[in-house]
Design a protein around this ligand. Structure first.
Ligand code: HPA
Length: 252
């Protein structure tokens, strides 16, 4: 089963209307919404809006542990996480789709591991996270983009910030010095939790705006202007990639 996590602008997916809602409980509580599970063109798919069905959860309140656990429990073999981001360098315009290959975590105070020494796991386990995104899932998305003529920027470092406020200009300057190309609020701990559960995971980032201090217009106006078009392109790519995603066995 292919799991798709929807982000801002992708709380609902009308084309997935035939899917059935499945309530799941986990040792970490309930996921953000019932999972929408079913078949699309013969491929088993499961959709979860990470901010909740009505976009009610801010990034720092999302129960990432419950979300990933629920997807694993429902039978997910591959996870593609759609995430809205701002872009730092000028060559990544609003509306672009980006396939990041690295991540830097600037978040704090989030429940970031299943290996918490809290008695629910047997012992503390360390994971390798040198390559935070699964190479097989990334190449399935890349190949589908090429075959369908969908523009996709391959390779970027994602800065995961705490939010829910946007950044200051100086913060974006610092992220740029750190080597980051895109900035969003939900990339972590989601990616690390997927790895802890051995779920092959990749992020499909939708650029909604130039990051703080980089564009000329208001950030919120820019997000409003570009989000829907970027999300539509991401949906098109995801649907085109489903057969390839089913074939990938994951390659962490
Ligand atoms: N910063 C952080 N998160 C975001 C942004 C941004 O500029 N745009 C969309 N999500």
């Amino acid at each position: 089963m292919i799991a798709i996590i929807g982000g801002s602008g992708l709380d609902r997916w009308p084309q997935l209307g035939a899917l059935t809602a499945q309530a799941v409980d986990t040792p970490y509580g309930e996921p953000a919404a019932p999972l929408l599970c079913g078949q699309i063109d013969g491929v088993a798919v499961c959709f979860l809006p990470r901010h909740g069905a009505g976009h009610s959860l801010p990034p720092h309140r999302i129960n990432y542990r419950a979300n990933l656990w629920a997807l694993k429990l429902a039978g997910a073999r591959v996870v593609v996480a759609v995430a809205t981001v701002g872009s730092i360098p000028a060559h990544i315009p609003p509306g672009a789709l980006v396939l990041p290959d690295q991540i830097i975590d600037y978040t704090h105070g989030r429940e970031a591991t299943y290996s918490d020494g809290d008695g629910t796991g047997s012992c503390v386990e360390h994971i390798e996270f040198t390559e935070p995104y699964d190479a097989g899932v990334r190449s399935a998305l890349r190949a589908a983009a090429i075959d369908n003529g969908i523009a996709l920027i391959d390779g970027a470092t994602y800065a995961a910030t705490q939010g829910p406020r946007l950044e200051t200009r100086a913060e974006i300057d610092r992220l740029e010095r750190d080597g980051c190309h895109i900035v969003g609020m939900t990339g972590m701990p989601e990616a690390a939790l997927a790895r802890e559960l051995a779920l092959p995971y990749a992020c499909l980032a939708v650029v909604a705006n130039r990051a703080a201090g980089r564009g000329r217009s208001s950030l919120l106006a820019e997000i409003e202007q570009h989000l829907a078009g970027g999300i539509a392109a991401a949906q098109q790519l995801l649907l085109a990639a489903l057969p390839r995603l089913t074939a990938t066995q994951g390659n962490p």
